[in-house]
Design a protein around this ligand. Structure first.
Ligand code: SAM
Ligand code: SF4
Length: 498
């Protein structure tokens, strides 16, 4: 259905419901204290090494840091101390998530958008973008490639903001994704967790999204810096309302979505300020709902077709600062999942993954309909921005295995109620790791049997042997049941988990 201009205008005007955010605002002040953040960054310049070490001990105990502590870490310049921070970040990641990396792929449903964000290829004034909305049949074909040819079990589905792709479109496309089931070499495969990156929605729409059985609801604030936010999101657009966006995770949690993902687009404003913003956001959700963000994303601004801002921004983040961002987020919000996307090159991904990343995408294509069309050309005008890493899932899994990581295709958490507050407690105590380790090996076994190349199988089998042995030593009471499941999978059984 194509909607006329006047209809689009009235749709835009009806989206924001002030009453759905003012109720969360304490004493008229947002939870991002703009001046206090700047002051804290200033006051914590040249932190004392002894104090930094005390802060690191707190991170190792999986406690969320205070703003001043985070500001101190952001200001560390000494090389040795920085290395120590990276080492502790690595240990925190190991403690909470062990050697698991979760993989997923993005599925862009449409590039129609009523907003005009200065940095995005989908902005409505970008007349060089070819606009397209996937039909349900096209969604099915995209999913078939992702499930049947690549072997993904998790997707993040991505939507612009437009009446043609409103909540009903979102729920039907998600239902279509979940409906695809494909026979594989040794069993069958399907998508078991659909995460969603979508515009901020009303509580009513969020309830519908929750009922569609989604995993994580993800919205990036882009920049927490209010003035910059205003400059990059032109007035009169829905996205220009800083607060509608800032409080959307409050609405999501109220609407019953337990796993929420926050993020900032690094390169729009000072990266130190944005890390502080992410921390305040996490602390606010912890304080009000007892649940911090399930994931934090830290996309870096990438070039996009016909979008000069992406080349001109004065706040572009250098590689070494990017590594520091990841290290400090891991230390400041130690329990959270951290997503590193294929916007980054393989070299960068290789380098920073140790600093605390828990999820990466692979085989990614962000053109609308690009999987089924087998689009290779990154320059295609449908692209939102250019990707840095276009390697296949098989190559990425192989490299991770070489680096000592097991790729987890586990999607059990949200299907067993291990979400929200419940998973926070498990993560903090290290207990979630037990289920995750078992499920990582079971799902990895599935993927290897169904999709791995001969080359990948060699290194994958080595990892599996090591992991099975660790389970035998560390969890003797569960080991027999685990082996029963493992054998069922070898015989073609699928989607078996703890
Ligand atoms: N329209 C929704 C919204 O804005 O929330 C979600 C879809 S949008 C395509 C997903 C994310 O892509 C945005 O939140 C933004 O952080 C990121 N993005 C936009 N332009 C980008 C660029 N040039 N480089 C890297 N990431 C970009
Ligand atoms: Fe639209 Fe999102 Fe791109 Fe902004 S970032 S133009 S809201 S798709």
């Amino acid at each position: 259905m194509t909607v006329g201009v006047t209809h689009v205008d009235s749709w835009v005007k009806s989206r924001i419901r002030e009453e759905e955010y003012v109720k969360y605002i304490d004493h008229g002040r947002d939870f991002i204290p703009q001046e206090a953040i700047t002051a804290s960054l200033q006051a914590n310049k040249n932190p004392d090494p002894k104090r930094v070490k005390d802060i690191l001990a707190k991170s190792l105990a999986v406690q969320t840091l205070e703003p001043d502590e985070t500001a101190a870490l952001l200001n560390v310049g000494d090389k040795e101390l920085l290395q120590e921070m990276e080492e502790v970040a690595r240990r925190v990641k190991r403690k909470v998530y062990d050697n698991r990396i979760v993989t997923f792929a993005p599925l862009y449903m449409s590039n129609l958008c009523v907003n005009n964000c200065l940095y995005c290829g989908f902005r409505k004034d970008n007349h060089r973008a070819n606009r397209k909305v996937l039909s349900l049949e096209e969604v099915r074909r995209e999913t078939e490639v992702l499930v049947g040819e690549i072997g993904h079990k998790r997707l993040i589905v991505v939507y612009g903001e437009h009446p043609d792709t409103d909540i009903d479109y979102m729920t039907s496309t998600i239902e279509t994704v979940y409906g695809v089931k494909i026979n594989t070499r040794n069993g069958w495969a399907n998508i078991r967790r659909v995460n969603v990156n979508a515009p901020p929605l009303s509580i009513r729409d969020l309830r519908k999204l929750s009922a569609a059985g989604i995993g994580t609801y993800q919205v990036f604030q882009e920049t927490y810096h209010r003035r910059t936010y205003g400059e990059l999101h032109p007035e009169g657009t829905i996205k220009s309302d800083y607060r509608w966006r800032l409080y959307c995770m409050h609405r999501a949690l109220e609407a019953g979505i337990d796993d929420v993902g926050i993020g900032a687009l690094f390169g729009l404003y000072d990266w130190r300020f944005e890390v502080m913003g992410l921390l305040y956001h996490a602390r606010e959700l912890e304080g009000k709902f007892g649940v911090g963000p399930h994931t934090v994303s830290f996309p870096r601004l990438e070039p996009a077709l016909n979008i000069p801002f992406t080349e001109d921004s004065p706040y572009k983040v250098a590689d070494e600062d990017f590594k520091k961002i990841i290290t400090v987020v891991r230390l400041a919000i130690p329990y959270t999942g951290m997503i590193l996307t294929a916007r980054e090159t393989p070299e960068i991904r290789r380098d920073v993954i140790h600093s605390g990343v828990t999820q990466i995408d692979a085989s990614s294509k962000i053109g609308i309909g690009a999987y089924a069309a087998n689009l290779q050309n990154q320059e295609g005008s449908k692209q939102q921005f250019l990707l840095g890493d276009t390697r296949s899932l098989d190559e990425v899994v192989r490299e991770l295995a070489w680096m000592g990581y097991i790729t987890s295709f586990c999607t059990a958490g949200y299907r067993c109620g291990r979400t929200g507050r419940h998973i926070m407690d498990l993560l903090r105590s290290g207990k979630e790791g037990k289920f995750c380790k078992l499920n990582a090996v079971l799902t990895f076994r599935e993927w290897v049997d169904d999709f791995a190349s001969e080359e990948t199988k060699v290194v994958a089998e080595e990892i599996i042997i090591k992991e099975v042995d660790e389970i035998k030593q560390a969890m003797p009471e569960i080991f027999p049941q685990f082996m029963k499941y493992y054998e069922q999978i070898r015989q073609g059984g699928r989607d078996i988990y703890f």
